[in-house]
Design a protein around this ligand. Structure first.
Ligand code: HEM
Ligand SMILES: N[C@@H](CC(=O)c1ccccc1NC=O)C(=O)O
Length: 276
């Protein structure tokens, strides 16, 4: 077969004056940003794994922040679509562990020292996702003090209602209730509340009467389910690669990450299941 010339099919071949693929996607800075700190072969995998994760987190944040605004307006259908997309993003991140797991402990050790004290613990996007969803902890702000604009962004997030708070506003409004203001504490993780649990239980006992709240609750549970899998995959990969060494970020490592597995973003939605 002779080589096919796509210009004979009308393909645009000259981009001296037009915006091209590389321009539109800003590929020069993106593909020029894999700055290895060592000569270790596997450091490239490690960097790209994190950079792609941060890009997916950027999309998750874009979806979550608009989803929260729409939810506050009671506009449920776009919220369902965006929450589904966020769950799929977590699924994508979960599948990505399979690539990283091809790196053995000795291959990681070859460049671990070059990472210095840097760690995923300092990912401001990860922390912002947690803060938006409602897992809020002011102690996590300090590592961002050297980047005042990021510190400010995270601090400002702690002044807003979380996704779950906004969902609880909709729950209260549709059932004609008001929850104790203590339910809406902005700068700490949401604590399970009996009145909230009773309200969600009413929804689950009669889904046909509260279909949109029921669907909202299940979308939230689904998203948390995928998030939990991410945390579990992370800690398992970490144990497989560094065992029980301390983290470069200074924490106890696997022990710290196991503690984080206890986080419950939407506790009442999980607790009510045992009561149905
Ligand atoms: C070789 C692979 C990895 C190892 C050995 C590892 C290890 C660790 C350790 C030990 C911690 C605890 C903090 C510390 O003291 O450093 C941590 C936290 C963290 N890592 Fe990783 N990690 C790996 C891959 C990843 C990847 C691919 C991501 C994706 C972005 C990631 C994101 C995070 C985040 C967000 C935290 C903070 C978790 C929290 O505070 O709840 N890590 N990691
Ligand atoms: N905390 C890891 C290092 C690490 O994984 C890391 C280092 C720099 C940038 C991102 C990282 N990923 C997750 O923590 C360790 O203790 O080996």
């Amino acid at each position: 077969m002779t080589a096919f010339d796509p210009s004979s099919d009308g393909a645009q071949m000259s981009f001296a004056k037009d915006m091209s693929y590389i321009d539109y996607l800003a590929l020069d800075p993106i593909l020029g940003a894999q700055n290895r700190q060592s000569d270790a072969h596997d450091e490239m995998l490690f960097i790209i794994q994190h950079q792609t994760s941060e890009l997916w987190m950027r999309l998750a944040l874009h979806e979550l922040s608009v989803a929260r605004d729409e939810l506050a307006r009671g506009n449920f259908p776009p919220v369902f679509k965006m929450l589904t997309r966020v769950a799929r993003i977590f699924e994508q991140l979960n599948n990505a562990w399979d690539v990283l797991r091809t790196m053995t402990p000795s291959e990681y050790t070859a460049f671990r020292e070059a990472l210095g004290k840097s760690s995923g613990f300092q990912s401001h996007q990860y922390r912002l996702i947690e803060f938006i969803l409602g897992n809020r902890n002011t102690a996590m702000l300090k590592v961002h003090e050297h980047r005042p604009e990021l510190h400010l962004m995270l601090t400002q997030e702690l002044g807003r209602k979380s996704m779950y708070h906004v969902a609880l506003d909709q729950l209260a409004a549709q059932l004609g209730l008001t929850f104790d203001p203590a339910v809406y504490r902005l700068d700490q993780p949401h604590q399970a509340d009996e009145a909230v649990m009773a309200a969600w239980t009413r929804v689950y006992q009669a889904p046909e009467q509260h279909w949109s709240l029921y669907e909202l609750a299940e979308k939230l549970v689904d998203m948390e389910d995928y998030f939990r899998r991410w945390r579990f995959n992370h800690v398992t990969t970490v144990e497989r690669i560094i065992g029980f060494k301390r983290g470069t970020g200074g924490t106890s490592g696997v022990k710290y990450l196991r503690k984080m597995l206890e986080v419950e973003l939407f506790p009442e939605l999980w607790n009510l299941r045992g009561q149905l």
